[in-house]
Ligand binder design. Structure first.
Ligand code: NDP
Length: 401
């Protein structure tokens, strides 16, 4: 077997250093994902589920496995700009592993430089940080760990919808400031009961969001390229709309759960936000570029949107002066919803499974494939369109300056 060089880009360790203890012991055991797909099935793992695996020192638990087989593993968080470690290491790497939270952008220019690159693995879900068109043209395989953090994200979405509507974050801040300002807190606080809530995309995350919101006695809506199975639509009592433009005017809350690809890039621009109800909430944990940065900030200033929350930005990390850090009535987090310790255990195991298949010449699961054999494949063929959504990612280098 030929030895491979693996370049892995991960986010930095905590500022106080890599943890030596955790808030909880272990993780609950899950049997299957909803719908029956099996969890990752590597032959073995070399990490403790519940450990921090997604940061540089966590190494996705891969070092022993890779070096044990004679491969080379380089792990870095230094990913942006021509002088970055990643750009240097890319030149002779066969495999690149990256997480969407701290994406190693694989633009067309970088793919040209990465002459030996054959496999790009997303340790997570969403491979828009790879120029898929360039990967298709070069015959590079792109794989992600489908389902690994879909439920994690759906929990975050529900949290954010409730946080915005109930005005949680400012209320928390009054307590920290030593206040007891009930009126200040409640002057923007509403129940979601009875509201119309719609999702753009009813795939794994979107459907899980609908399921979790149903007990709140809200009216559910969705738009998607494919219809939900009849029995699911019936169980949820969810109304289908052909397009986002047709759905948003009836919604008090819109949540975006579709991948970023040429069809969804800039979908929530000034015109789309203008079709929403005045005072609607918009929650986007899908990808930053699906929403127009300045249109969102303006809509919060004008009151067209009552709140915006999410955890995805463009580029990532977001520059220090990104308007979403300072706009009013937002509930943004850095990109974390899919990187809970629970999710990390699954995507580290899934990454290991993909690597085992690759090195042993076994097929990678269809559901993990985005691009294979020079075309969109597997999950990619179902949910993506070909093209490039990485344009502008160079700007991520500005985070450092
Ligand atoms: P799925 O593939 O299960 O679902 C995506 C859904 O979006 C599919 O049903 C797809 O339609 C639909 N879709 C695609 N294009 C459109 C469109 N133009 N209009 C409406 N719907 C569309 O993926 P997940 O639910 O697991 O994840 C969705 C996305 O969420 C990921 O691609 C990723 O970008 C993001 N994500 C974010 C994370 C985070 O940490 N914040 C973590 C995980 C994912 P169909 O397949 O029917 O064609």
């Amino acid at each position: 077997m030929e030895m491979a060089k693996v370049a892995c880009v991960l986010y930095d360790d905590p500022v106080d250093g890599y943890p030596t203890a955790y808030a909880r012991d272990g993780l609950p055991t899950l049997e299957r994902y909803p719908g029956g797909q099996t969890l990752p099935t590597p032959k073995a793992i070399d990490f403790e589920p519940g450990a921090l695996l997604g940061s540089v020192s966590g190494e996705l638990g891969l070092r022993k496995f890779l070096e044990g087989q004679g491969h080379t593993l380089v792990v870095t968080s230094d990913k942006d700009g021509p002088d970055s470690v990643f750009e240097r290491e890319l030149v002779d790497a066969e495999i690149v592993i990256s997480q969407p939270f701290w994406p190693a952008y694989l633009t067309a220019e970088r793919i040209v430089k990465a002459a030996r690159l054959k496999l790009a693995i997303t340790a997570g879900i969403g491979s828009d940080h790879v120029d898929l068109q360039a990967a298709i043209d070069r015959g590079i395989t792109v794989a992600e760990v489908t389902y690994c953090n879909s439920i994690s994200v759906s929990e975050h979405v529900v949290m954010m919808i409730l946080s915005l509507a109930r005005n949680y974050i400012p209320s928390y801040q009054w307590v920290v400031k030593g206040g007891w300002n009930v009126a200040d807190c409640v002057a923007r606080s509403y129940d979601i009961e009875g509201m119309d809530i719609g999702t753009v995309g009813a795939g794994r995350i979107g459907t899980a969001v609908l399921r979790r919101l149903k007990p709140f006695d809200v009216k559910l809506h969705y738009t998607d390229r494919h219809r939900l199975p009849d029995e699911v639509a019936k169980e949820l009592g969810v109304t289908f709309h052909q397009t986002a433009a047709e759905m948003v005017p009836v919604c008090d809350v819109v949540t975006i759960n579709a991948p970023l690809h040429p069809e969804t890039e800039n979908l929530f621009n000034e015109a789309m936000i203008g079709k929403m109800k005045r005072g609607a909430y918009l929650v986007n944990t899908a990808r930053g570029k699906i929403c127009n940065r300045d249109a969102v900030a303006r809509a919060l200033e004008s009151g067209q949107l009552a709140g915006y929350a999410g955890d995805v930005w463009f580029p990532q990390p977001a520059p220090k002066d990104h308007p979403w850090r300072s706009m009013p009535h937002h509930g943004m987090t850095p990109h974390i919803s899919g990187s809970s310790l629970s999710a990390q255990a699954r995507y580290a195991a899934g990454t290991r499974e993909i690597l085992e298949c690759w090195f042993e010449g076994r097929p990678i699961r269809e559901e993990y494939l985005i691009v294979s054999g020079g075309k969109l494949a597997g999950a990619g063929a179902h949910s993506y369109s070909a093209g490039d959504a990485t344009r502008g990612s160079e700007e991520a280098a500005h985070f450092k300056t």
